[in-house]
Design a protein around this ligand. Sequence first.
Ligand code: SF4
Ligand code: SF4
Length: 420
Amino acid sequence: MINRCINIKLPDERHPISSITDVQSPLFTLDAAALKAAGLFKGKLQKAPAAMSTVMIRKAAYNEEVLRPIVFEMLESNEGPTIDTGDRVLIKPNFLAPAAPEKALTTHPLLLKAAAEFALANGARVQISDSPAMGSFSKLWKKGGYEEILKGLDVTVKPFEETIAVDVGEPFGSIDIAKDAMEADVVINLAKLKTHTQMMLTLGVKNLFGSIVGLKKPEWHMRTGVDRQMFGRLIVSIFQAVGPAYTILDGILAMEGQGPGRSGTPRELGLLMGGKNAHAVDHVACLQVGLDPDTLETHRNAREMGVYDGRVHINGDLKILDDFQFPELGSLTMGPDYMGRFMRRFVIQQPVADNKACKLCGECWKYCPAKAISYTDRGISFNTDTCIRCYCCLEVCPHAAIRAKKPIAGRVVAWLTKNR
Ligand code: SF4
Ligand code: SF4
């Protein structure tokens, strides 16, 4: 692995993160804590200890002759994944929705191809899977150019379908995560650098939220929907459970503005970033686009949860942007407000009471964080508009008098999703 110098634009008076001082030294490190303490990106540079996460930044383009050697360099580096002959390697791209590559909604097919070729060259059995938030997987595979570009490669291509319950710890407990992601020997995470109107940016860590299958995604949005910090924690918990071996962030054609979907604006950055530690990759990506990393809930939560210490060694050239367009943050529920209300009322499973079993002990309404439970001497009832679907009432009821029930529309949508 070659450690090149890093070129960091230090702050000037007009722009907190721009100026033209290039620091040239073979091994320098950005210390996030120092950056934060000193003000936005007024960072301190220090030598990198050996155990520190390394993030590689490379100039790249959607050209096979350029891209392939860079991807191989990243995956062959000291922090690249260990792949043994016969290993099941799962490649997890960002497959948000069916869209042509130039829309920047999805990880570029040439990046998938290079990663798949690397895994195949190491004797792996390769699978490419995701659970698109919108549209069908087969349509996405065609429209995104994957079918054409990956033609002839010996890889299994299929959407995530089966799940297994994984205990991710407090406060979420058991979460259904794609079985293929949990059972792969090696997961290679191929994320897209995009803005996100709910979480500011979607990068490497957030990409693993795609291993929540189908309608469970909006359901989790609903369950954590009143609290962005909680949603960040959920994403980090899912990420840690899957534990990808390596993350490459496709920032060649990134997205700015009102991402991550069609309202966002493609922005050519011409960059790939890669590292074993996706938290470190996200950290550097934030610096790259001129964002205080602690603005990102996934980053802040990872630090609070103790899964990332904020120290990163950058291998490559970091040229901080001062004109990247960030989104206006909106609601955590997907789509417009009326869609959120619709999903909540008619699609997402709701708590329902068995008032014959209810002893009116009061545990549920005392615990309910949304104060969505009322009672009379005939039993309890739920306000489905204010209930945030945390399902805590199910857990605290000592008489098993509450269960979660999917409304009819939700059952129909689930059936259609499963059978499309
Ligand atoms: S009614 Fe139950 S599921 Fe709804 S917010 Fe209250 S505790 Fe959570
Ligand atoms: S906790 Fe259970 S038994 Fe107690 S009031 Fe609520 S539903 Fe009834």
